[in-house]
Design a protein around this ligand. Structure first.
Ligand code: ATP
Ligand code: MG
Length: 139
């Protein structure tokens, strides 16, 4: 099924010059980039984005991290792209992520794991609308 998902290259990925590396992997996998921009989230914006994790022990820390510097946000398009992109990212905890995945190769801890990807059609819709308006979605 043709889907859209939201991808973020998190502040650790941007500051470590991994934008090209991540984009190359997406393009090589035949995933289409439908929109892309660089943003710097405020703490409040990061809290809104990770609202599903409100109350969890890592909520304060992860929202500090996400607002610590610029991120690149992208809308990805393709067949079954939500699952396919999460497979390319690897597990949340890089130590458990499969060999060859972005997180396994580049993450430095469970929080600073380089990339984000939506986990369902419903969350993808919320996350895409959180960062992009209709004029910014070119295809
Ligand atoms: P993301 O939503 O960023 O794509 P994910 O879906 O693999 O990652 P979630 O459970 O949604 O994982 O957690 C969101 C983010 O919060 C993680 O990517 C990571 O940066 C951080 N995080 C998750 N669990 C922990 C933890 N136990 N300790 C510290 N940070 C965590
Ligand atoms: Mg998640």
């Amino acid at each position: 099924m043709r889907e859209k998902t939201l991808s973020i290259i998190k502040p650790d990925g941007v500051s470590r010059n991994l934008i090209g590396e991540v984009v190359k992997r997406l393009e090589s996998a035949g995933i289409e980039i439908a929109a892309m921009k660089m943003i710097w989230m405020t703490k409040e914006q990061a809290k809104g984005f990770y609202k599903v994790h409100e109350g969890k022990p890592f909520y304060e820390s992860v929202t500090d991290f996400m607002s610590s510097g610029p991120s690149v946000v992208m809308i990805l398009k393709g067949d079954d792209v939500i699952k396919r992109y999460r497979k390319i990212m690897g597990a949340t905890n890089y130590e458990e992520a499969e060999e060859g995945t972005i997180r396994r190769e580049f993450a430095t801890d469970i929080e600073k794991n380089v990339v984000h990807g939506s986990d369902s059609v419903e969350n993808a819709k919320f996350e895409i609308n959180y960062f992009f308006n209709s004029l910014e979605i070119l295809k």
